[in-house]
Design a protein around this ligand. Structure first.
Ligand code: F6R
Length: 620
């Protein structure tokens, strides 16, 4: 939520900042702005709407060339998406400019304090208060090296909530300062130049050398004196260095119309990368990064899986697999609800938090609550070095590469695969499965990349179908067992991308009410379990297809190759390869991703940046 870029160095800061903003636009696209320091003056331009609007203004009214600058792309929280509310916010005296990600929870009291001192506010944002407070603290700090950083520490101690703040001062053309509490910020270190970014995508085209910032830290970057990190009270801190394992090409569209299409196509490779190095030659699992001892894993008597949105759907599927393989009870919780209902947690509880971005605030807060209650926390995450894995006891990275499209696709499939690995690993360590049983599932996992590639190769009919569904008012999704979360995921993708009303149901629940909405021509997409699945779930879902069809539904059926029972009742049939029941969501989700993407494109919508959304949701 909100993209932040900062630069100090010999290049033209205007170009570096705009390029960084382009790469971060997925984090928010309600407005964008940039500020540079040149000739003892701060100059800034900001514009509502997508980055293209800002670029147009800059083309007509260029900012002066500069060696230090900051840029922001916004997802509005306080104050609508207008020019005035866009960042940067410059203090009333013009001495400092500030960009912000997060929410300053005590901004109302601080604003009243500033207003009492005669400051006139120009926006409705919580951020502007930080600009005025910083200017006042800066004025009170003696001149000399470290002045802006000291002023930032002073105000950071007063701010409540979550924030990343980056500031520049008119009189300091070689300095950038930033503060971080709970919201993301990473530093890029180049050759004689430094970058700040909400994530590494902001500077990956320039350097892969990064520094992690911890909670409640202030970083000062001076072109000549280098990098200094302290806590909010000025005590020096040594930031952790790491090398980013993505390259710039991975963050480009690579010839596809949309990042989402590229990311869907990357799924076979992404799954292979999630599995890489984790499947041993004897059919066993090797998860070195799960830094919990075998004894700690044996002591676990309850698992919570906690996540949001698409990652929550991955968690729902994980429950079926982990309970089945380990016989440990698993509860799945929405992160935004978890800590507010006082869950029962202790040392023998494992909390698995799932997050593609590693920055989702609801999930982060749930994680912190779990740790406060002494539970062990294992993160399944894609973004290396992000906050959630850093604060967890153990982490399993999905290694899916950058996911830029707002709607998660390869993030989801790789989360599923990581969940399978965790479940199977627990079963292996606890000895609840024979070695040959583990190695049979490992073989099934190895076949997943190929199975997904097969689905992708047969997507042309799905694209055609999408064109015929583009005018639908409502589309229903039905599934049972692991097909139920897949139905929820299909409906979520369609809602967020195509703005069509969509709902996912457990197929068995249909008769308890929802079937009333089925009308003549209502498209109903059914995810059919394998005929080899347990206790005739397959037969029951086939009956459900007949029930909705009898009421006029247009049935779109996703079924495995060789399942002939569905043929008479399917108006459209989408075939997927035979896959073991618990792993089937990895293949059955793919046509639903393609469908949602193509329907949105047919409706002329922005597939990568749907309205009202942001990639990384860093507010609660
Ligand atoms: C939907 C989608 C969101 C995210 C959710 C959690 O396509 O992408 O529902 O899954 O916001 O995000 P992460 O996984 O980054 O915690």
């Amino acid at each position: 939520m909100c993209g932040i870029v900062g630069y100090v160095g010999p290049q033209d800061a205007r170009d570096v900042i705009l390029e960084g903003l382009r790469r971060l636009e997925y984090r928010g696209y309600d407005s964008a702005g940039i500020a540079v320091v040149a000739d003892g003056l701060l100059s800034s331009v900001k514009k509502a709407g997508k980055l293209a609007n800002l670029e147009k203004v800059l083309a007509e009214h260029p900012l002066p060339a500069a060696t230090v600058g900051i840029g922001h792309t916004r997802w509005a929280t306080h104050g609508g998406p207008t020019d005035r509310n866009a960042h940067p916010h410059v203090s009333a005296d013009g001495s400092v400019a500030v960009i912000h990600n997060g929410i300053i929870e005590n901004f109302a009291a601080l604003r009243a304090e500033c207003e009492a001192q005669g400051v006139e506010f120009r926006s409705e944002t919580d951020t502007e208060v930080a600009a005025h407070l910083l200017a006042a603290a800066y004025a009170d700090t003696p001149e000399g090296p470290g002045r802006l950083a000291e002023a930032m520490r002073v105000i950071s101690r007063r701010l409540e909530g979550a924030f990343t703040l980056v500031a520049t001062a008119a009189t300091e053309p070689d300095t950038l300062v930033a503060a971080r509490r709970s919201s993301p910020l990473v530093v890029g270190v180049g050759d004689g130049e430094y970058f700040l970014g909400s994530d590494v995508a902001a500077f990956i085209a320039h350097t892969r050398e990064a520094r992690e910032l911890g909670q409640d830290q202030v970083v000062e970057i001076d072109r000549h004196r280098g990098l200094t990190v302290t806590d909010f009270f000025g005590a020096a801190v040594e930031p952790k260095a790491y090398t980013v394992d993505w390259d710039a090409a991975a963050a480009e569209k690579g010839g596809y119309d949309w990042f989402m299409l590229k990311e869907i196509a990357e799924q076979p490779q992404a799954i292979a990368d999630t599995l890489l190095g984790r499947l041993g030659s004897q059919g066993e699992l090797v998860l070195d990064e799960v830094r919990l001892s075998d004894q700690e894993l044996r002591d676990i008597d309850k698992i919570f899986v906690v996540a949001c949105g698409t990652a929550f759907h991955a968690g729902m599927i994980a429950k079926y697999a982990i309970e089945h393989w380990t016989r440990i009870p698993v509860e799945v919780e929405l992160a935004s609800e978890f800590r507010y209902r006082d869950p029962v947690l202790d040392r023998s509880t494992l909390v698995v938090v799932i997050s593609q971005s590693g920055e989702t605030m609801d999930t982060l807060m749930a994680l912190r609550h779990a740790k406060d209650q002494k539970a062990r926390v294992l993160a399944i995450c894609n973004a290396n070095g992000s906050t959630i894995p850093r604060e967890s006891d153990a982490v399993l990275y999905t290694h899916a590469g950058p996911e830029v499209a707002v709607a998660s696709t390869k993030g989801f499939l790789t989360q599923l695969v990581a969940c399978y690995l965790v479940g199977l690993f627990l079963a292996q360590v606890r000895g609840v499965k024979y070695e040959d049983e583990v190695s049979a599932v490992v073989d099934d996992l190895r076949r997943l990349p190929e199975a997904v590639a097969e689905v992708l190769a047969a997507m042309e009919p799905v694209r055609e179908l999408a064109r015929s569904l583009a005018d639908a008012d409502t589309i229903l999704f039905l599934g049972r067992h692991v097909g139920y979360p897949v139905a929820l995921e299909g409906a979520l993708k369609l809602k967020e991308l195509a703005y069509i009303h969509a709902e996912g149901f457990a197929a068995g629940e249909l008769k308890h009410g929802p079937i009333a909405v089925v009308d003549q021509g209502t498209p109903v997409i059914v995810i059919v379990p394998s005929p080899r699945s347990r206790e005739s779930v397959h037969g029951k879902v086939v009956s459900n297809i007949q029930e909705v069809r009898a009421r006029g539904a247009r049935t779109i059926v996703i079924a495995e190759e060789g399942d002939e029972d569905v043929v008479p009742y399917a108006d459209h049939l989408i075939r997927v390869p035979r896959t073991p029941t618990l792993l089937a969501p990895v293949v059955t989700t793919v046509p639903l991703q393609v469908l949602a993407c193509e329907i949105a494109a047919t409706r002329g919508l922005d597939v990568d940046q749907p309205r009202n959304l942001a990639k990384s949701v860093t507010v609660e």
